[in-house]
Design a protein around this ligand. Structure first.
Ligand SMILES: Nc1nc2c(ncn2[C@@H]2O[C@H](COP(=O)(O)OP(=O)(O)OP(=O)(O)O)[C@@H](O)[C@H]2O)c(=O)[nH]1
Length: 298
C-alpha cells in the first residue's frame, strides 16, 4: 500500500513536471513572434516561472516520496498535477488564440491593402473617409483631403514599360506615405491617383503639407539598374495635388472628393506639378470657387 501510494504520488508530481515542460513550447513560440518590448519580457518571465515550478516539482518529488504513507498524502501531488494541466491548457490555448488573431489580422490587412502599392485600397478609403467626415462634423473638427495624381504617368509606361511603371507607383506611394504625419491616411484612389485624409487639419496647414509633399516627390529620383555596361535608369516624376476642406458648404465625403477633383483638374490645366486648393461650395468651382495655386508657379 505504502509503495503504491509512493509510486502514485511521485508519478503525479513527475507527470506534472513533464506537462509543465511541454507547456514551455507554445509559450516559447509566442515569445519568439513578439517584438522586443514589455509584452515579450512578460512572456519570457512566464517561461522563467514555469522553469522554477518544474524545479520545485522535482525537488518535492525527491524529498517527499517517503511521506506518501496514506491516501490523504496524495492531495498535494494531485493539486500539483491539476495545476500543471491548467498551465498546459492555458499555454496551448494562448498560442492557438494568438495564431487565430494574427491570421484574422493578416486577412483584414489583405482586404484593406492595395497589393501593388502597399497602402490602403479604395474600399478602405471609402469607409474611412465617411467615418472621418462624420467624426469631424460631430466634434466640429476641421478635415482636409488631398487628391494626388502623378503627372504624365502614361509617358512613364510608354517609355519604360508597365513593370517599371508599377515600380514607380510603388515607390511614389511609399515616399508619400513616409512623408505624412502619423494621423494622416494614405490610400490609392485608382490608377495613378492617391487620396490623403488629414483629420483635424485646417486648409492653411493642409496647403503647407501639400506643398511639402509636392517638393518631396519632385526631388525624388528612382534609380533602377540596367545592363552591366549601361548607366542606371533614373526616373523623376511630379505630382499635381487638389486640396479640399470640409466646411459649411461642403459637408459630406462625396462633396470633399468632388471639390478636390475640381482643384486637381485646375492644377493639371494650370501646368501640373502644383497644388490647388478649393474653398468652394458644391457648385462648379471653376466658375464660383476660390482656387489658389502654388505661389511660385503662378
Ligand atoms: N504601370 C501601371 N500603370 C498604371 C496603373 N494604373 C494606371 N496606370 C496608367 O496610368 C496612366 C494614366 O494616364 P492618364 O490618365 O492619361 O494620365 P497621365 O498620363 O498621368 O497624364 P496627366 O494625369 O494628365 O498628367 C495610364 O497609362 C494607365 O495605364 C498601374 O497600376 N500600373
Amino acid at each position: 500500500m505504502f509503495d503504491i501510494l509512493s509510486v502514485l504520488g511521485s508519478g503525479l508530481v513527475i507527470s506534472g513536471a513533464l506537462l509543465l515542460a511541454t507547456a514551455i513550447a507554445p509559450v516559447w513560440k509566442i515569445f519568439r513572434q513578439l517584438p522586443t518590448g514589455g509584452l515579450r519580457y512578460s512572456w519570457g518571465f512566464l517561461i522563467l516561472l514555469i522553469l522554477i515550478f518544474i524545479a520545485g516539482y522535482i525537488v518535492y518529488a525527491k524529498f517527499s516520496s517517503v511521506q506518501f504513507s496514506q491516501p490523504l498524502d496524495l492531495v498535494v501531488p494531485i493539486i500539483f498535477f491539476c495545476g500543471a494541466i491548467f498551465v498546459f491548457v492555458v499555454c496551448n490555448l494562448s498560442l492557438r488564440t494568438t495564431r487565430d488573431i494574427m491570421q484574422n489580422y493578416a486577412l483584414k490587412q489583405e482586404n484593406i491593402t492595395d497589393s501593388l502599392m502597399g497602402i490602403f485600397n479604395r474600399r478602405y478609403l471609402d469607409r474611412r473617409l465617411k467615418d472621418e467626415t462624420e467624426r469631424a462634423l460631430n466634434y466640429s473638427h476641421p478635415l482636409s483631403i488631398f487628391l494626388i495624381d502623378i503627372d504624365h504617368f502614361k509617358q512613364v509606361n510608354d517609355n519604360y514599360g508597365h513593370q517599371v511603371g508599377d515600380l514607380v507607383l510603388k515607390n511614389i506611394a511609399q515616399l508619400i506615405k513616409h512623408s505624412l504625419r502619423e494621423s494622416d491616411v494614405l490610400a490609392r484612389f485608382g490608377g495613378e491617383e492617391f487620396v490623403v485624409i488629414l483629420p483635424r487639419t485646417k486648409d492653411s496647414t493642409s496647403y503647407t503639407l501639400a506643398e511639402r509633399l509636392r517638393h518631396v516627390v519632385a526631388d525624388f529620383k528612382l534609380t533602377l539598374p540596367r545592363e552591366p555596361d549601361s548607366e542606371p535608369l533614373s526616373i523623376n516624376v511630379t505630382v499635381s495635388i487638389g486640396v479640399a476642406e470640409l466646411n459649411a458648404q461642403c459637408k459630406d465625403c462625396q462633396c470633399l472628393i468632388e471639390n478636390a477633383d475640381r482643384a486637381l483638374y485646375q492644377a493639371k490645366r494650370n501646368g501640373r506639378n502644383r497644388v490647388i486648393m478649393s474653398k468652394s461650395s458644391n457648385t462648379d468651382t471653376r466658375k464660383n470657387g476660390n482656387l489658389i495655386s502654388s505661389p511660385e508657379l503662378q
